[in-house]
Design a protein around this ligand. Structure first.
Ligand code: HSE
Length: 327
């Protein structure tokens, strides 16, 4: 139904199973989870991008953007395009895809906009291909999109978008992803309306780490994962500390220290920069606290006069999901 405008089954080069179109939702994600730079991430239930994909008889990936973000439509320069081209490299019987992208996750917000696109595109392709690829394969393809967006392959937004929940990326060469069991957690995100490019936020990081800082950081990562698994909220709270990345990046985010301090005073377990920023996220034990935390964030940004957007949500356990299939 959604696709009739772009998809004409009568010209499909493929008979039988490899036909049709699928519409999927792909979630926003919080990467790093404070201490786990490039190795931890979780998906959230709101916002989501919507992508519709069909198999095409034209070579390559045709991209149709149905939003106002003016993203590139040339496949090689587009995160969905780059991810789908990688997948097409391993599906020789298919010439190409047509993708309709409706983004609700603002690019440059720090809540995994590029990953939602790249992960969503290959997840949709895999649905059309009767799930021939594993989730690990999808992460591998989608990381090509992250390379377009930030110059580097990293999977801490891609993996939670595909697997759902909290994910630990133990390694990307080879891909080794562990889904971490976590208790119910409420997530409040504030997105001050400034843009921080991930490539820039990576460029300013120091290339060397003091051993004493590394010791603190790996203690916190292990503590956070243990806290999730044991549903130990206090351990989660005291492990949400980053002595390596946050001190450098937080200077790019107006109001960061005040938001963090006041949200914790208001009852949040803890939080910090979401991905490479500028969004800040906080975790809370219940919806009432998450909503108080939202008000604290609003007060800070109203006071300093920076426009912002907030999201009060929960951890998304499912990841990308099909919302309409015309296979
Ligand atoms: N781990 C990445 C970074 C996430 O912090 O650069 C980007 O969203």
């Amino acid at each position: 139904m959604l696709l009739k405008k772009y998809y004409d089954a009568s010209v499909s080069p493929l008979m039988g199973e490899l036909e049709g179109a699928v519409t999927i939702m792909s979630p926003a994600t919080v990467a790093n989870v404070v201490c786990g730079f490039d190795v931890l991430g979780f998906a959230i239930n709101n916002p989501n991008d919507e992508l519709t994909l069909s198999i095409s008889n034209k070579v390559g990936v045709e991209i149709i953007n149905e939003d106002d973000f003016n993203l590139p439509t040339k496949a090689e320069d587009n995160v969905c395009g780059a991810a789908l081209l990688a997948l097409l490299g391993e599906t020789p019987e298919i010439k190409g895809f047509t993708l309709i992208s409706k983004k609700h996750i603002k690019p440059g917000s720090g809540i995994g906009s590029s990953a939602a696109s790249a992960a969503g595109a290959v997840f949709a392709a895999n649905e059309l291909l009767n799930k021939r690829f594993t989730k690990q394969d999808l992460v591998r393809f989608a990381m090509n999109g992250e390379k377009v967006a930030s110059g580097v392959k990293h999977a801490d937004n891609i993996a939670p978008a595909i697997y759902g929940g909290v994910t630990l990326i133990r390694s990307i060469h080879p891909i080794d992803i562990i889904k971490v069991n976590a208790p119910e957690l409420h997530v409040t995100v504030v997105h001050p309306q400034i843009e921080v490019r991930t490539a820039d936020a990576r460029q300013i990081l120091k290339q060397n780490v003091l051993l004493k800082d590394a010791i603190k950081q790996w203690g916190n990562i292990a503590g956070l994962v243990a806290g999730f698994i044991h549903h130990d909220y206090d351990l989660i709270g005291r492990s949400l500390e980053d002595v390596i990345i946050e001190p450098v990046r937080s200077i790019l985010i107006p109001g960061f220290d005040e938001v963090k301090t006041k949200c914790k005073e208001a009852g949040a377990l803890g939080g910090g920069i979401s991905g490479s920023g500028p969004s800040i996220f906080m975790l809370s034990r219940n919806a009432a606290t998450a909503s108080i935390v939202e008000n604290v964030m609003k007060e800070v940004y109203n006071k300093i006069g920076v426009d912002f957007q907030t999201h009060v949500t929960t951890i998304n356990q499912e990841g990308c999901k099909v919302v309409n299939s015309e296979k």
